[in-house]
Design a protein around this ligand. Structure first.
Ligand code: PLP
Length: 389
């Protein structure tokens, strides 16, 4: 089938799936694949999880949508559960990651405005990715996201990811205008770039000292991906604001922005909203996903299998002349190559029945469902080793 009626924003492989179960997918010819992409860190509990299928089916037969003109029981439950798990206080629900980040950016503006800053600035990072709306695109880095869309909304200042010295330098220049810092704990789209040890903790202290909001975009790293509910939990810190999406709905669109303390009280009736955001279906799905992760011990599994996968990849590929670095946390792993390989993702599916993602042309990104087992770790290692032969 040709896609002449679709705007050409994507370049999909000539491959289409009809069914999924757990870590596996099947195409139109009935061929089986191992999924190490999970719809880009989305289907964390696996495809067609029976408990999720049951929850979706039941909720579809009861009630899909009523709007935020009425209170929504599942929305309150999901907010309460996310607050418990994160240590933040309140949530606002959206339909996507970009919208959740827009919500965070609006909180940063309100925070600045309350402090009497006339044009509040938000500090963002080199190589950041926060979404495709005008605001989140402006907060992102890199010409591939921004080219042709100028002028973008301003009021962002960019510093090096992991660079406290650069942050101190901009503080001297703009400090009194800065309202917040927005960053990903691990930069996913840029190729699984992990912050240097101690950076997030130092940044947390720095934000507190200056009265800036620390806003973490956990859209890709959250919901168990790195082996804890949220990546910040590895660091012994709590952000002021956190955004979620991807894995929270396991494929049903949902986004969330959480905040704590006074920041959680900044919005007042009428200052923000969404028609679909927080509807009964999406929020019941969110609650069910969190329950499944808890009851199946998927945080522990992601931590254990992630460590195992990282160690096995390093064992097989550390000496490989084309491998620059193998890095990541939990089941979020990047393999950076010295040079681009042709058709790597295409060859992985065709020759090995393995779905992988390749970002920035030469970084293999692995984001399998959190249910991955030891046998599947070996399947991934074997396929990638052969691909790079
Ligand atoms: C995917 C992603 C987004 C954007 O989410 P959408 O749902 O596509 O709008 C934002 N930030 C990060 C870190 C992401 O990985």
């Amino acid at each position: 089938m040709t896609a002449v009626c679709l705007m050409s924003t994507y370049q999909p492989l000539a491959l289409s799936f009809t069914r999924g179960l757990g870590t596996r997918l099947w195409d139109q010819q009935g061929r089986e694949y191992l999924d190490a992409v999970a719809g880009v860190a989305v289907t964390n509990v696996g495809h067609s999880h029976p408990r999720l299928v049951a929850a979706i089916s039941e909720q579809a037969s009861l009630l899909l949508h009523t709007s935020n003109l009425y209170s929504i029981d599942w929305q309150q439950r999901l907010a309460e559960r996310l607050a418990q798990l994160s240590g933040l206080d309140r949530a606002f629900f959206n339909n996507s990651g970009a919208e959740a980040n827009e919500t965070a950016l609006k909180l940063a503006r309100l925070h600045g405005w309350k402090k009497g800053i006339e044009q509040p600035l938000v500090v963002v990072m080199e190589n950041a990715f926060h979404g495709r709306t005008l605001g989140t695109m402006a907060a992102s880095d890199g010409p591939s996201v921004r080219l042709g869309f100028q002028r973008l909304p301003g009021d962002f200042i960019k510093v090096g990811f992991g660079d406290m010295t650069a942050l101190e330098a901009i503080t001297a220049q703009f400090g009194t205008r800065i309202a917040a810092v927005l960053l990903e704990p691990i930069q996913g789209e840029s190729g699984v770039l992990v912050a240097p040890p101690g950076y997030l903790k130092a940044l947390r202290d720095y934000c507190t000292r200056h009265g800036w909001l620390m806003m973490l975009d956990e859209i890709q790293t959250g919901i168990g991906r790195t082996g804890t509910w949220f990546a910040f939990q590895h660091e012994g810190i709590v952000p002021d604001v956190m955004t979620l999406a991807k894995g929270l709905g396991n494929g049903v669109p949902i986004g969330a922005c959480l905040a704590r303390g006074a920041v959680a009280e900044l919005f007042t009736p009428g200052s923000h909203g969404s028609t679909f955001g927080g509807n009964p279906l999406a929020c019941r799905v969110g609650c069910t996903v969190l329950e499944i992760i808890q009851q199946q011990g998927l945080l522990q599994n992601a931590a254990r299998q992630g460590e195992h996968l990282l160690a096995r990849l390093r064992m097989e590929l550390d000496e490989h002349p084309q491998v620059r670095a193998i890095r990541g946390k939990g089941l979020m792993i990047g393999i950076e190559l010295a040079n681009p390989y042709r058709d790597l993702a295409q060859r992985a599916v065709q020759e090995h029945g393995l779905l992988i993602n390749v970002t920035r042309g030469k970084i293999i990104r692995l984001l399998p469902p959190l249910t991955l087992d030891a046998k599947e770790v070996e399947m991934i290692v074997r396929a990638i080793t052969r691909l790079l032969d």
